[in-house]
Design a binder for this molecule. Sequence first.
Ligand SMILES: [Zn+2]
Length: 384
Amino acid sequence: MEAAFLCTDELWSQGFGETHPLKPERLKRTYELLKAYHAFDTPDSHLVEPRPVSREELLLFHTAEYVDAVASLSDGLSLSKGRGEGRVQARRYNFRPDETPVFPGMYETAGLKVGAALTGARLIAEGQVQVAFSFAGGMHHARPALASGFCIFNDAAVVIHWLLRQGLRVAYVDIDVHHGDGVQAAFYDTDQVLTISLHQAGILFYPGTGFPEEIGTGAGYGYSINVPFLPYTDDELYLLTFRQVVPPLVRQFAPDVLVTQLGVDTHYRDPLALLMLTTQGYVAVVEELKALADGIGRWLALGGGGYAVDVVPRAWTLAYGLMSGQTFPDELPPAYGERYGPGWLHDTAGPEPADAWVIEDTRKYVEKGIAALRAQTQDVWRWE
Ligand SMILES: [Zn+2]
């Protein structure tokens, strides 16, 4: 496959800052690691600079009122106005200092992530590449008129709307540890987009949704699929479950484009969540997605969460290696190792083994979830 990697340092030059979990450093290091592996020096792998997004493109998903509010908060005008007006406006759109804080230039930075997804989608739609990785995107929680969960503009929802306008049906697979609630809600009533989200169950866990009962409505009934996992779910159970649900449903749906959100906060060392995947498990899942994408011929991959800064660059480098048909030596290249410490591309350790009763609980929970999915969708999907 011809692959494009959407990147510019403007994606990480501004952000929530280094004390926020979504550190710009994650993106910078990923690019540096790929560069150190000479990942863009082969003819089938293209480093592509994303173009900015237009206001009209944002309006494919977001409301005009919200887009204008983000613009005015971004340039600081509203915040500097008297009587706390800016703070009131920020709160109205769910910008909160403890979660999704306002920062100067956020319109441009958040917008560029959408521009990157659209740049990739256009290259794919025109047949110039078969796969594009917009690693700075995957902002799956943002709503039409609300910021949410570190997400300001929802690049996934915007780009899927754009793809639908090109007459292309989309299967969206979200492997971030958090439920892809914003994308699910955007396409809840249509059968033109199949959304599948696998995540840590929303029991005392953000965003609190993503249960098998959320199945879609009207024409969209059966086209929203949710697979929640309990804490301590490991590589083995995750993969087994993924294979039971994702390939059979995506193949039956037969989309024109596969869009994936490749958050890596499922990792056992992630500070925000409690799933116990390793890079080996993550790679096995991305391999499954690649096999599906090979059959479809068009794959737009987006980044997502992942808050362990030494894990994210390795996981996304491995993912891009699969997309662009490259295998990198497992020892981290000296140019990267000298800066961040030597090490290996794959994990060399794993999580502490969980107690037998915990493993049994995680397994039973998944079985119950899949049984519920099957029961509700037997008129929509053939389950093997
Ligand atoms: Zn996440």
